[in-house]
Write a protein that binds this ligand. Structure first.
Ligand SMILES: *Cc1c(COP(=O)(O)O)cnc(C)c1O
Length: 494
């Protein structure tokens, strides 16, 4: 039976491939599966599967209009030697938790897990739906999505990609990774604004019907690589399932034993994928949502009020510097009893007033979630303490999760085995990581620090970093927020 997708704001429906092509529903809502499918493999079977086999077992349940051949081809092309380990997502035990390393892909952050497969899902979807237009990917990034999307789409026939990032709001290494991107079909632009402004600007361009008509006439159509695309979300469910199989294979858990997952959260995509994994039947107890100083989600779980009216903070975990967590809408829709009118009401309040309150009934559906946050000082301290105790070096985003996990364990005395999503390599945020270990490192240059990190952590410098050491800057466009649309037009020549 075919699994359909529907908008969170109306009864607009789509097949999986149509939802992947569209990104956002026409009413501005997000596509959600009409029901969460169940996993059809046993833990015993899971424990013997490779990452690719696990990915197929999970994704075939969600993307039911893809043939086995199509889906397997996408998986093979995505999870190959672009990853620096055959395991794709290794699990490392350190300091009383299991770190699920999601940073072994082309750009050394977890977004590679989905963005290495999205271009293939998208071009396959285009073929299936007889789309002749060239697909133009438009993305706002807080740092990691941009490079991962650029790497995924560069020189993929039938696609072009435009990435907007907040100038000055991403790490120097993140910026260097993006502005050195090769590929005839790539375009990178810094905007004079923050991530939320970049994201709102992209949403406005997507919603511009006049532009859409002009694009179509010129043989183009937009699609989104942002984490609202169901083609991003579904591949992220796979690694939670894989981690569970691994824990069982290694004798760390018994069959059916519940685990917690801890996720450093920004747009709420990664943790929502864990929630979907739980709903598929994976034995997950708590979903622990970790925030940095931009603690909108912590406040939301604590009070039932989502309120983005607050100062935006630049932190050492910039990929989580977000005040509007777009994917939360999928959870809101679900806990509103899958009521698109109710959800739309709340989302309208959010865009009009910057806040909304959920009802007591809705709050009662959030029992599986625990939210907390880590301050800048706590994040630095936990990097140092884990390094001092174990020699293992984690990045700033993962450290936010490690600190929140410590707070959770201290508060609840829950001893359930816990998997921490390790979302970036420490080499991506070298300066913050090294300063946390010893502030005297701050005197060193960026690449000196990279070599020092490699030495003290006893880990090889990843290829992604070696590549940009001497790379040329190929993109230097900077624009105002209000110039985003004209910048896109210039790139497309319309
Ligand atoms: C994007 C990102 C996050 C946040 O993930 P969401 O799915 O947006 O919640 C956390 N850490 C890193 C390193 C990221 O790149």
């Amino acid at each position: 039976m075919e699994l359909m997708y529907k908008s969170t704001r109306s009864n607009e429906t789509a097949t999986a491939s149509q939802a992947i092509l569209k990104g956002l529903a026409s009413d501005g809502g997000l596509f959600v599966p009409t029901q969460i499918p169940k996993l059809s493999v046993s833990v015993e079977e899971l424990s013997k599967m490779t990452y690719q086999e696990t990915a197929y077992a999970v994704m075939k349940e969600f993307l039911t209009d893809f043939t086995e051949e199509e889906l397997k081809a996408c998986i093979e092309k995505a999870y190959d030697s672009k990853f620096d380990t055959e395991e794709i997502a290794p699990l490392v035990k350190a300091d009383g938790a299991y770190y699920l390393e999601l940073f072994h892909g082309a750009t050394i952050a977890f977004k590679d897990m989905a963005l290495s497969i999205l271009p293939h899902l998208l071009t396959t979807s285009a073929k299936k739906n007889n789309v002749k237009n060239e697909i133009v990917i438009l993305t706002a990034t807080s740092g990691d999505t941009g490079k991962a999307a650029l790497a995924g789409f560069a020189d993929v026939p039938g696609t072009r990609i435009v990435v907007f990032y907040p100038k000055g709001g991403v790490s120097p290494i993140q910026e260097k990774q993006m502005v050195t991107q090769k590929g005839e079909n790539t375009f990178v632009v810094g905007i004079k604004g923050n991530f939320d402004e970049a994201q709102s600007g992209v949403k406005a361009i997507f919603g511009n019907k006049e532009l859409e008509k002009e694009m179509d006439a010129a043989g183009f159509q937009f699609s989104s690589a942002n984490s609202i695309n169901i083609g991003r979300l579904v591949p992220q469910v796979c690694y939670y399932v894989y981690a569970y199989g691994k824990l069982y294979a290694e004798g760390e858990i018994k069959e059916g034993e519940k685990i917690n997952v801890v996720v450093p959260t920004g747009n709420f995509g990664n943790i929502l994928a864990a929630y979907y994994a739980k709903n598929m039947g994976l034995p997950i107890a708590k979903l622990i949502c970790a925030s940095n100083d931009n603690k909108v989600l912590y406040d939301f779980f604590a009070t039932g009020t989502y309120d983005k009216n607050r100062d935006f903070m630049l932190t050492s975990s910039p990929s989580m510097d977000i005040l509007i967590s777009s994917n939360l809408e999928r959870l809101i829709y679900k806990i509103a009893g899958e009521d698109d009118k109710k959800n739309k009401e709340l989302m309208t309040l959010l865009s009009d007033t910057g806040r909304y309150d959920i009802t007591e009934d809705m709050r009662a559906c959030l029992k599986d979630f625990y939210g907390n946050y880590s301050t800048e000082a706590e994040t630095a301290a936990v990097i140092k303490s884990i390094y001092d105790k174990t020699g293992y070096i984690i990045d700033t985003h993962t450290a936010v999760a490690a600190e929140v996990y410590k707070k959770y364990a201290a508060e609840t005395h829950d001893e359930t085995k816990s998997v921490i999503a390790s979302t970036a390599s420490p080499f991506k945020f070298t300066r913050s990581v090294m300063n946390a270990i010893d502030s005297s490192y701050d005197a060193m240059g960026d690449f000196e620090l990279v070599d020092e990190l490699s030495k003290i952590g006893n880990v090889k410098v990843p290829n992604a970093i070696e590549e940009i050491r001497n790379a040329n800057i190929l993109h230097d466009t900077v624009c105002e927020v209000r110039e985003m649309e004209s910048t896109v037009r210039k790139f497309l020549g319309i």
